[in-house]
Design a protein. Sequence first.
Length: 150
Amino acid sequence: MNKAGQDVPTSGYMKDGDHYLPLRVYYEDTDAGGFVYHANFLKYMERGRTEFLRCYGVEHSDLFSLERGFKFAVATFTLKYYSPGFLDDALMVVSKPIAMKGATFHIDQQVLRGDEVLASASVRVACLDDNNRPRRIPEDLREKFLPLYQ
């Protein structure tokens, strides 16, 4: 519960430098055949990256503030499907930090059902300025993330 006594959605958790976000497959996530609609795997992974940042005190709404002057955007995304997900499945999105360079960071992600990999992705995220041009990741964030990328 938060300070106002309201329930707060889970941000997942960090373990051995990786981020874990548990999810449930709802009816709205499935197609007419009862499978998780393929585009929803991208949404699950986006949630994983968002909650990964949140675990390090980075809220997307703060990134868009005029004081910060930057935002993150996906630069490359390579996705591979292995097996379908189904209604009511308990899934885990695992986000593993791989590398951080001047204006980008690289994360590998998997969507798991138990030990079974349903989908995996390699994602490169760019830091952009207010004019949507690449800019160096701010030093305070670099310091927060640096231990994950060593």
